[in-house]
Write a new protein. Structure first.
Length: 314
């Protein structure tokens, strides 16, 4: 897990919430059986539990198997179901687990549609939500980054194939402006490739690689947010940009791209550096006002709706 998430877990523990730390592999692995046995032992000792809720595909699979073993209702939130990427062998696993799922929670309408195509019977949409307050000032965020008059393109996300940080680099490299900076918040398996590509493109001095950190601390320093994801459920960074009235330039990510276009973002026609850099240049020349804040996007609403669904399945 990343450092920020670990810090938040320690805050949960201080409020009295029990935590069980179980190391697991991100992909299917022979040790998954031992993990399930450990979860089962914990549930039998500390239960009974009424609901088991799994987040993401791996934890979602384990949670639903556990729920069936202990007689609890099962809830699954995939957070970008892998079928949004296209055909995959993992879709077979999703279809097999669908009958063991009392409720699937999608974070967007397009994720709901994908879940229904995989055979999930009860699917409800609960949009991701954030606290729109509590960001530092723009001046403070830029001071932290050591910025002065430069314009900043922000990228926030895991350095993985899904988020495609290499496309962000190639897009930025096509804009020849010495006063433009690319600030990348994140880390992951493509970190070494990101560093290598930035040097290859000759833009290393115009990029700030911040690693894993609380994005809120630097988000107000951005002039634009660049999204290059291959597929998405409903990323929190979109809501953070909306909360701060920061324009968004996005690849035509299935589902998300159409939704962003309706909400005033500039969405490239193709997922390549040529189309994205053209959209980025256009956005830098003319400010695009993001939509007014919607209460459907708040943290409170997300929690309330989730609790309502828990009550409904019980």
């Amino acid at each position: 897990m990343d450092v920020v998430f670990a810090q938040h877990l320690s805050l949960l523990q201080k409020t009295g919430i029990s935590l069980l730390h179980v190391p697991i592999h991100r992909r299917p692995h022979p040790t998954d059986i031992a993990v399930l046995e450990k979860l089962y032992a914990y549930a039998k000792k500390h239960g009974p539990f009424d609901i088991v809720h799994g987040h993401s595909s791996k934890a979602g699979a384990l949670a639903r198997l556990l729920g069936s073993l202990i007689g609890a209702k099962t809830v699954y939130t995939p957070h970008s179901i892998i079928s949004l990427r296209g055909p995959s062998v993992y879709n077979l696993a999703e279809r097999a687990l669908a009958p063991f799922t009392d409720l699937a929670i999608a974070v967007s309408p397009w994720e709901r549609d994908a879940l229904q195509r995989l055979g999930y019977k009860r699917v409800e949409v609960v949009l991701n939500g954030i606290d729109p307050k509590g960001f530092p000032s723009r001046e403070e965020a830029r001071r932290v980054l050591g910025l002065k008059g430069e314009k900043v393109v922000g990228f926030v996300g895991r350095f993985s194939d899904q988020k495609d940080p290499l496309l962000a680099l190639r897009t930025f490299a096509r804009i020849k402006d010495s006063q433009l900076r690319l600030v990348m918040v994140g880390d992951g398996p493509l970190r070494a490739e990101v560093e290598k590509e930035s040097e290859k493109l000759g833009i290393g001095e115009r990029i700030l690689l911040l690693g894993t950190r609380e994005a809120r601390e630097v988000f107000p320093a951005f002039d634009l947010l660049l999204l290059t994801s291959r597929y998405e459920g409903f990323p929190y960074v979109v809501l953070e940009a909306f909360a701060l009235s920061i324009p968004i330039v996005s690849a035509p990510t299935p589902g998300l791209g159409e939704w962003l276009r309706k909400h005033g973002a500039l969405v490239a026609e193709k997922a390549d550096s040529d189309a994205l850099s053209s959209a980025l240049e256009k956005a830098l020349l003319a400010y695009s006002q993001p939509p007014p804040w919607d209460q459907e996007w708040t943290l409170e609403r997300m929690v309330e709706k989730t609790l309502e669904l828990y009550q409904a399945i019980l």
